[in-house]
Design a protein around this ligand. Structure first.
Ligand code: 4AD
Ligand code: MG
Length: 478
């Protein structure tokens, strides 16, 4: 018999028929006469209730059916007598693929802390919470490709190993095959990277943007979607050392077009989640509300689905950095010295400032534009005022920065001057500068942090819980 997915079976259309399902036991409870097995195969948050007759299967056989054991079950699908489910399966045949010793299996059918599950990340997919998170993660990845494909963007695979530092941030992981104990040295004592694998010093990429620009200035509109690496030592709930980033880059786009695309893109992803992931969202929403019960009223966040709809239905605020500084300085929060970090024109906004603007002041997502050039990357388009660049950061409630992007400087001389001012080695990036030498065009793009998006959509509080195997300082387990 052909195996069916539990998601299909639960629709109830097959009542009266024999079906075969395969999956893992979530829970088993029993009486003298029957055992009830909640079976899950990952296709949906919902379990299939299986009814196993004790006399038929024997107590000896049924005692091996514990949480996380894997089973194949054939049975008659019937309308359920109990409440809580539409159908249930009366088992006629049960195959145990693998037992799971209940004394040793670390994840018990009870509520575990997220910290505990992080330490058991290899098994946490088997919990309802993480199965929901990873189904949504998949759905969002699919929706991203669909969004760009529908608009004629070309998916460009940019390299993970690079010789350049795209963000000029200098927080990169080195890639080398040299012997760390005995590297070849130059006369001045520095390491001789000409003898390294690539004949030069190389790193894991912090962004695919620079290569993305090469693609966009010929293919028109491209996007990248891949792993990104940052060796910044920020042990926060919003930073990973290895995260996934989506970077669209568009020829002939200016800052305004870039903002329009970013807003439409985010809204369309949220809409996709609401249209396609409702079971998982409802589960996560309940989970979140349970957690929020312990928080004081004014710290509780909006109900998850309501929050997603709210973002979908409202225009994002668009505001120059300079005006944001004014808003912050005029706030009671500032006057009462409640910000930990200073608010001064020219300094980068901290997460507390971003969240104040979004959560307390505007109560909507905010796109901040035209940042001081000193705090932004060399490639951003220099504005007429000589002080700011055409940057844009999209700030989300509960998250802070979810997107960073800009219009790019398309003028060769201005770009090279800025590179020299910022100590970016222009001579090593002739390939990049060629885009400005031959048929340069206005162009723009942005980077969406995939896990930051998932934090928002799932309502999870820690970025380590929306990527399967998180890499953070002092942690590369699994
Ligand atoms: O603002 P960032 O550094 O921008 C860039 O890398 C540009 N090259 C993007 C572009 O214009 N093509 O990073 C973009 C986004 C951030 O807004 C944030 O969502 C995410 O990437 N991000 C991180 N996510 C998780 N962990 C980290 N350590 C992150 N650093 C950035
Ligand atoms: Mg940024």
């Amino acid at each position: 018999m052909k195996r069916l997915k539990i998601k299909e079976v639960l629709k109830g259309e097959l009542v009266g028929q024999q079906v075969l399902v395969k999956g893992w036991v979530r829970t088993k409870r029993g009486s003298k006469n029957v055992n009830f097995i909640a079976l899950n195969d990952g296709s949906t948050i919902n379990n299939l209730q299986v009814v196993a007759d004790v006399e038929k299967f024997g107590e000896d056989f049924l005692k091996d059916i514990n949480t996380s054991a894997s089973l194949g079950i054939t049975g008659d699908l019937v309308a359920s007598q109990g409440s809580g489910q539409l159908v249930e399966l009366n088992a006629t045949e049960i195959v145990i693929y693998g037992k799971a010793d209940p004394e040793k299996y670390p994840i018990q059918p009870k509520k575990h802390s997220l910290e505990f599950l992080r330490e058991n990340a290899h098994l946490r997919f088997r919990t309802a919470t993480f199965s929901a998170v990873f189904r949504i993660r998949h759905a969002m990845a699919f929706a991203i490709h669909q969004y760009f494909n529908n608009r004629g963007f070309v998916y460009l695979h940019t390299p993970l190993i690079t010789g350049s530092d795209a963000e000029g941030a200098g927080q990169m992981f080195r890639v080398t095959t040299l012997d760390p104990k005995n590297p070849p040295l130059l006369e001045d004592g520095k390491i001789d990277y000409s003898q390294d694998f690539f004949g030069k010093s190389t790193n894991l990429t912090v962004s695919g943007q620079l290569e993305g620009e090469l693609g966009a200035t010929a293919l028109g509109e491209i996007y990248t979607f891949g792993p990104t690496f940052r060796a910044e030592n920020s042990n926060t709930a919003r930073h990973l050392a290895e995260f996934w980033m989506i970077e669209p880059e568009m020829a002939f786009y200016e800052l305004q077009d870039n903002m329009d695309l970013a807003e439409d893109f985010l809204k369309s992803l949220i809409k996709y989640a609401l249209d396609n992931c409702m079971d998982d969202l409802e589960f996560l929403s309940k989970r979140l509300q349970e957690e929020e019960k312990n928080k004081p009223m004014d710290e509780r966040s909006m109900e998850l689905i309501e929050k997603l709809r709210f973002v979908l239905e409202n225009d994002f605020i668009r505001l120059p950095y300079t005006e944001a500084i004014e808003v912050l300085k005029n706030s009671n929060h500032y006057k009462k010295n409640k910000f930990q970090y200073p608010v001064d024109w020219g300094t980068d906004l901290q997460s507390e400032h971003e969240r104040y603007l979004v959560e307390k002041h505007f109560k909507k997502p905010v796109i901040l534009i035209n940042y001081p050039k000193e705090i932004k990357a060399f490639y951003m388009k220099q504005n007429q005022d000589g002080k700011t660049v055409a940057a844009m950061d999209v700030l989300f409630p509960g998250i802070g920065e979810i997107i960073g992007g800009s219009q790019r400087e398309e003028d060769l001389d201005k770009l090279v001057t800025r590179m020299n001012e910022m100590g970016v080695p222009a001579h090593e990036m002739e390939w990049y500068l060629d885009t400005r030498r031959f048929g340069t065009v206005p162009h723009a793009g942005f980077g969406l942090g995939f896990e930051r998006l998932l934090l928002f959509v799932t309502g999870m509080g820690n970025i380590r819980d929306v990527i399967a195997f998180p890499r953070t300082p002092k942690n590369a387990e699994f």
